[in-house]
Unconditional design. Sequence first.
Length: 325
Amino acid sequence: MNRSAWFAARFVALGVAGAALALPVLAQTVKVTPLGGIDGEFCPQDRALVFEDPNGTRVLYDPGRTVAGPADPRLGKIDIILVSHMHGDHLGNVHNKAPNAGSCAQPDTSVSAMPNSSAVNIALAKKSKIVTGSEMPAFFAAKLKANGGDPADSVLARFGGSVTIGGVRIATVAALHSNGLDPDYIGGEVGKAMKEAGVAGDVGLATGYVLRFSNGLVAYLSGDTGITADQELVVRNHYHAKLAVMNIGDGFTTGPTEAAYVINQLVKPESVIASHANEVATAGGKVRPGSKTETFIKATKAAVHVPLSGKTMEFDAAGKCTAGC
């Protein structure tokens, strides 16, 4: 073998060895842990999910009412908080007294988080970034500043753009849903007058999110949207989402058959996590017969995963659940 051939063979060998060393990194998964009202169940108020990137970055999505405030021991480190819109069951106007307080049907959400919200209180305690789109960042910046936090921790991700924090790329996408701000968050004479007039504060449009994690997984978080063309044109065709979190509750949000249409015909992910069922969806960790959750599961072609509180699921880059499902 001449010298040039030897170097070429050596280069190939090193490349193969390097690729082999990289395989464990590529194989790492994104962990998703629901923080619901009752351990092992999927309950009417359950919204909150924690996504943990393989690099350790932790993202809290829509803390809502089932995260028992900043002291909830299930939270751990939270680097980023995402809020899809300003309704109390997502932003957190009240919250559980403690994990598992009350029952699945009637949780003990007796602790007020007003006028800050659970999202703001958690961000202050955990020194998290709050990432939102539309006109919401100014509200969060003002709340953080008023409570001794850093207004710069309220980060904008406007439609069509993205921000990367802790190795997680975050983009906002359209969500067709109302987004009025309860005047109680504003307070004072202005808030009182607005409440008496029956009007809400304008903080722009609701949003959904598309996250790209460091292992390559792309996840679509629907918020409370209805059916939109963007779910195919943007979420599927541009971002190529492989995991979806889809609201299914009907009435206030997309119904189970409509949600199945979104997943089957528009987004077409590998897996979907059901969300916002607005019902006692499980008993003993099993889906209740005749429930909206069962209807969604039966109508959906992708693998459907039920977010049982405290049960961590793991997803690879292709959106397949590899553990906990």
